[in-house]
Every structure is written in structure tokens, then in C-alpha cells.
Design a protein around this ligand. Structure first.
Ligand code: GLY
Length: 349
């Protein structure tokens, strides 16, 4: 993966170094209205970026559309951007996904740098080159794999996040811990994310990103082992879709945390994942994330959402499971009976 990950103790210096490494004619910064207000003021006076042309889009996943993308392309065109211009995406996953796609496609591709400002985007979205937009009612339907030249991770921005958004990102870190080792996972369970020590959090973020980086380096375009990063997401996306349909607000990481529990049950059932660690994870998730409630009448819909997941071929449902912590089993096919059992287990637990 041709992507530098910088843990920024000094954001100004890291940004100057990152931008200095890329020859460019014009510099652009993409923000959304939230990060324009909360995060742009942190960097806007830095010498290296103060003359950049700032493009601002609407926030939240609803704005991750073709219309917003066209607005960014238009702004780039009107400001005379070329293939040799440089884009800095300053924001959460929506900004880094859409901005990465806009940069990757404008004039067949300009270089971009990500400065993710949420925990979720620091440990997941901004790293590994997945870019894109939602389309035709489906999330991330159109996009390309193309890595940011550099991702700058600074705990400065994490201080502006509320507990829910910290927990949302932390679910992806728990996933990386499960994929990595018992030590990494246990360290995450011990850390107090509700009242975090930000220096320690920064160290944990670096470790977590390293887990993702290693997997992505092995398989940048998700032909094989990168599917490991989908742990918790087959069930988690189904929960998100059901919540959306019923007008219930659910943050992505919460759905991932609940999805992890469901998929650890399947892991125990099909691959021998230890019950003790499954129950430890259950206790942690219930304490911090609560529980997503559904009824038997929702099973068909949940199964339907799972079968529409992008990584499935045909009608079977493909999961990433674990034989134990760090023992990754991709391409596990579960029968409808096993999936219903999983839904029963979670509902009744
Ligand atoms: N979010 C999972 C991946 O980047 O592959």
C-alpha cells in the first residue's frame, strides 16, 4: 500500500512534511460544514495550508451522493485544478470517502491526503484506499480503490467527539483487536473509552491502524484476506438497514459492535471460537453499547439485508468468522438455519 500513516504529535509539522512531499500547483481542502466550523480553525493558520482553496460540502452520509460529488468536481474545475493539484480531505468518513473519489477521478486523478477527524475514520475509512459514494439507494455503490498518499492521525480532533462517536469508532478497534491477538483485544477491553486518556488512545489508534494496514498491504482490492475486515459487518449492516427502514438512529460502530456479537456466536457454533471470550465480549458490548432490539417478525428482513451484502455471490451468505482471537476464517458460508439460530441467540441473550 503506497500510503504513509503519520501519527501526528505536532500536527503543523506533520502536515507541512506531508504536503511538502507532494509537488503540486494548487492546494485544495475539502471540509463539510461541521468540520469547517470545528476542525478547519485548528489548521487554517498553518503556513503550509493558509492559502488553500477550501471547498465545503454538507455533512452526514445523506450528502455522500453524485450531486455532492458533482459540486466538488465543479468547484475544482472553476478554481483551475489540474492533475497536479493536491487535495486535503479534512473530515470524517464521508469527507474522506467522497473527497478521495473526487480526487481520484478529477482529470483522471490528482493526489490526495486524508486528515480524518473522527475515531471511526481514523481507524477505518481513511486508511486503505476505499473511496466512493452512495448510489441507487445502496451504500458505497460507486467508487475506486485508490489510497491517500498520506493519512495524518491527530488526537486533537478526537477531543471534540462525544461519547457515542468515540464508542462508534472504538467498535472498529475492537474488531481489529479480535483479528489481531488476545493481548491487543484484552488491552482494548481494559481501556476506559468513556473517559479516555487521549495520549493512550493515540497509541491504541496507531496499533489498530497497523492491523488494518498489514491486512490491506496483503490484499489491497479485497480478493481474499481483506475480507477479514468485514468481521461483524454482515450482521452489522443488516442491523443498520433495519434501523434505517424503521427510522431508528444507529451509529455505524454500534451496529458493528452488535454485529460482532452475532458473528462471534456463529464463530463459536461453526469454527470453535471459545465461549469464554464470546461471553467477555458480550458483557463489554452490552455495558457500553446497550442492545439492539428486534423481533422474530424481522428475521426475513434481516436475512434479506445480509444476502444483499456486497461481498456475497449468488444467494449464499458469506461471513468472516474466527476460530479464536487472531484465527481468521474468511469465506464461511452459513445456512439459513444457522443464521436464524444466531438471530435467536442475540435476541434472547
Ligand atoms: N472497512 C473495511 C475495509 O476497508 O476493507
Amino acid at each position: 500500500m503506497n500510503q504513509d500513516i503519520i501519527i501526528a504529535d505536532n500536527l503543523e509539522q506533520s502536515l507541512a512534511e506531508a504536503i511538502g512531499k507532494v509537488e503540486h500547483d494548487k492546494l485544495f481542502v475539502l471540509t463539510d460544514t461541521t468540520t469547517k466550523e470545528l476542525c478547519w480553525p485548528v489548521v487554517k493558520d498553518y503556513a503550509v495550508i493558509k492559502d488553500a482553496i477550501v471547498i465545503t460540502i454538507a455533512p452526514t452520509d445523506e450528502a455522500k451522493t453524485l450531486e455532492t460529488l458533482a459540486k466538488v468536481w465543479t468547484a475544482l474545475q472553476k478554481s483551475g485544478a489540474t492533475r497536479h493539484s493536491l487535495m486535503v480531505n479534512l473530515g470524517g468518513g464521508m469527507v474522506t470517502d467522497l473527497g478521495g473519489f473526487a480526487a481520484s477521478t478529477f482529470k483522471r486523478g490528482m493526489t490526495y491526503i486524508n486528515i480524518p477527524t473522527t475515531l471511526l475514520s481514523q481507524v477505518d475509512a481513511s486508511v486503505g484506499g476505499k473511496t466512493g459514494i452512495n448510489f441507487g439507494g445502496l451504500k458505497n455503490e460507486i467508487g475506486v480503490f485508490n489510497c491517500a498518499r498520506c493519512v495524518i492521525l491527530s488526537s486533537t480532533f478526537l477531543r471534540t467527539l462525544d461519547r457515542e462517536n468515540l464508542l462508534s469508532g472504538y467498535a472498529e478497534m475492537l474488531k481489529h483487536g479480535l483479528l489481531s491477538s488476545k493481548e491487543d483485544w484484552a488491552e482494548l477491553l481494559c481501556f476506559d473509552i468513556s473517559a479516555p486518556d487521549y495520549a493512550t488512545l493515540q497509541t491504541l489508534v496507531a496499533k489498530s491502524v497497523n492491523v488494518k494496514e498489514q491486512i490491506v498491504n496483503e490484499d489491497p482490492t479485497e480478493k481474499g484476506i481483506r475480507k477479514a475486515l468485514n468481521l461483524g459487518h454482515t450482521a452489522g449492516h443488516a442491523i443498520e438497514s433495519l434501523a434505517l427502514k424503521e427510522g431508528r438512529t444507529v451509529l455505524h460502530g454500534y451496529a458493528v459492535a452488535w454485529g460482532l456479537l452475532m458473528e462471534l456466536y456463529l464463530s463459536a457454533r461453526k469454527c470453535g471460537f471459545p465461549a469464554k471470550e464470546m461471553h467477555q465480549m458480550e458483557a463489554y458490548v452490552k455495558e457500553h453499547y446497550g442492545k439492539f432490539l428486534y423481533e422474530c417478525k424481522h428475521y426475513d428482513m434481516l436475512c434479506d439485508f445480509m444476502s444483499h451484502d456486497k461481498k456475497n455471490h449468488g444467494s449464499s451468505i458469506n461471513f468472516t468468522l474466527l476460530g479464536g482471537i487472531g484465527d481468521i476464517r474468511i469465506n464461511q458460508i452459513a445456512s439459513m438455519e444457522e443464521i436464524e439460530e444466531m438471530l435467536d441467540y442475540y435476541r434472547e441473550s
